[in-house]
Design a protein around this ligand. Sequence first.
Ligand code: UDP
Ligand code: MG
Length: 345
Amino acid sequence: MSTITNNTAGTQTTAGAVSQGRATARGQNDARPPVLAVVVPCFDEEEVVRSTAARLAALRERLIAAAKIDAASFVYFVDDGSRDGTWAAVEELHRADASIKGLKLARNVGMQNALLAGLLGVLGHADCAVTIDADLQQDERAIETFLDRYASGVHVVCGVRRSRSTDSWLKRMTASFFYNLMNLMGAKITKHHAEYRLLSSKALAALAEYRESNLFLRGIVADLGLRTENVAFDVRPREAGTTKHSPRKMIGLALDGITSFSVVPLRLVTAAGALIFLFSCVMMLIYLYQKYEGETLPGWAGTTIPIYFLGGVQIMFLGLVGEYVGKIYKEVKARPRYIRDEELF
Ligand code: UDP
Ligand code: MG
């Protein structure tokens, strides 16, 4: 009996393994408050990172005082290859307050991969993790409600925007179009839910099982199938700096979201091909009938328009198939999704 215990203790050599053992042993129904990790992806966020850290530290104090979280709870900044002084600021914050920790990625890998690096970085060190933007556009006070849901046994708590009034008309339109398209295409994602959510340690461990390099977190979180609930929160305008999501990045994310979660576009290609084939059969019949009747043949327009039409359709669909082939190419190479450069823990 004692040898078994010794063995178990022997394997738990690193700090991570120790707290992982603790985190799993504690479970969600334990009376002791959970260790919370707040994961914050940062790309060129020098202007906001200090005030964000101050706000999150204040929230941490409040939640510890209210016995909602354990004193070992911490904030985890993930520097996604910033070109400005973001990492220097994180180092400075860490020196002043040990509950502020950080991970520096070797280069910019995009928000999705930065979030994944953060979530897998805190796996084993926390009972639950909340992801939030560095500009704190999401109301951080909703975290308290997230924790209440977590305490009641929910593994995934999704923050859902109450309104989109801070977004431009164009962003609102495109976002709404994107959600509807995604759901139509078969990837069930929650509307108005960005990357503001709580994941339990069980959800984090499940997330670690997804090894695809075309990562779309929103889709994967819905795919886990663990108990999920939504919590509404208010969105604020960005305090300083500009958006780090260019239209190019947004289009890339939308394409990734659809093509990494659905093969419906490929089926549409097949269906469209079949339809066009049927259409051409009917055309042929009409042509034969006209020839039999001795009527004049259709002229120039009847010949050239279909050529351009079909040419366009073919090239478009070829591009779509290419999108999937490109995905397969990336998966086959199985390159790391991010490289960890430095960690402050
Ligand atoms: N972000 C990142 N890597 C990127 C782009 C953005 O880590 O390549 C982070 C950014 O620092 C912020 C969050 O993702 O914490 C959301 O970005 P932003 O607020 O600029 O986007 P928006 O709110 O305008 O969609
Ligand atoms: Mg923002």
